[in-house]
Design a protein around this ligand. Sequence first.
Ligand code: GLA
Length: 389
Amino acid sequence: MGSASAAPADVFKARFGTAGRQFSAPGRVNLIGEHVDYNDGLALPMAIDRRTRVWASPRGDRRLSVIAYDLGEEAELDLDAPARLTGTWRDYVAGVAFHLERAGFRLGGANLLVTSDVPAGAGLSSSAALEVAVGFALLALAGHDIDRLALACAGQAAEHDFVGTRCGLMDQFVAAHARAGRAIRLDCRTRDFDLIPLDATQCAVVVADTGKRHRLATSAYNARRRECETALTTLRQKRPALSSLREVTPADLDAALAELSAPLARRVRHVVTEIERVEAFARALAASDWTRAGALLTDSHRSLREDYEASCAELDALVAAAQAAPGCHGARMTGGGFGGCTVNLVAPAALEAFLREVPLAYERATGRATRLWVVAPSDGVGETIPERA
Ligand code: GLA
């Protein structure tokens, strides 16, 4: 059993008799492009310097023996037995293994130990980091060439039918493809992506946690996705060729909105305007125009609050506290919403005061504590090769 007193590597070795190989995948923060990935839109996330680490060694059978180090829990899974859903971390492991095999990657049994410093349930994609890290480890142990897109898709499929979140591909895609010093502009329609340099010496990216966890975040998320599907069905009556909300052009937006009931019209307006904001944000990054980039974050938050209704009082208060701080270019909720974290662009010279003042202002407004992290754009999943002594 993993114990917090012995280091993960020592626990793995003591338990499985070998040092194993070490793999890791990052959490992510989405800079802009929220709730558009499942509408074939554009998103612009980056991986953060918080990771899920997996120690792994092969076994001769088809079993997965898994230690969840941080929780002090263990599980035995059988690749040949139909998975039983448990509503716990086991489902992510079972789900990604199942979907990799289904995609044609035959796996072998493995001993695994998992540990993570990606905060869970905060909207920083700790679950995608887990799926992608474990999936990569299993592929590597089985000797497969790593197909990063297939790996991301297996993680997404695990969320859909092992966990029950009908998420888009963004989180798993970033965990699989990210590069240090870069954000990713991801086109969810074609799955093409560009790596965009992000220089932390010019602008700090700060993640702030509301501390609020929405009990019904999964059902609220799935409800938004359903609303988008219903809106698409309605719009197809006059536009039979429409394959996703991505295809609704800004020029056609007013006509499209007039065909929808009020809440659905607001959802579609968010999706269409958010996709435009991603393009504008990418241009602002390329020009190092942080004022413009920040203003787009602020617009995005307004749209998520008013039109998509994916924010909450705590997120709004934390965004307001940040926006009032000198040197903050812009702030907004990040990830699925209904709780979780905000993302903030802050001038480096103002960073120290920002980190000091925003928690005080947030606590005054809500009575809650916040945690802030300055995050660096980091590498996607990979194997850590131990340094030779
Ligand atoms: C969650 C989902 C993503 C994406 C975001 C919202 O993080 O996992 O696929 O839809 O919410 O942008």
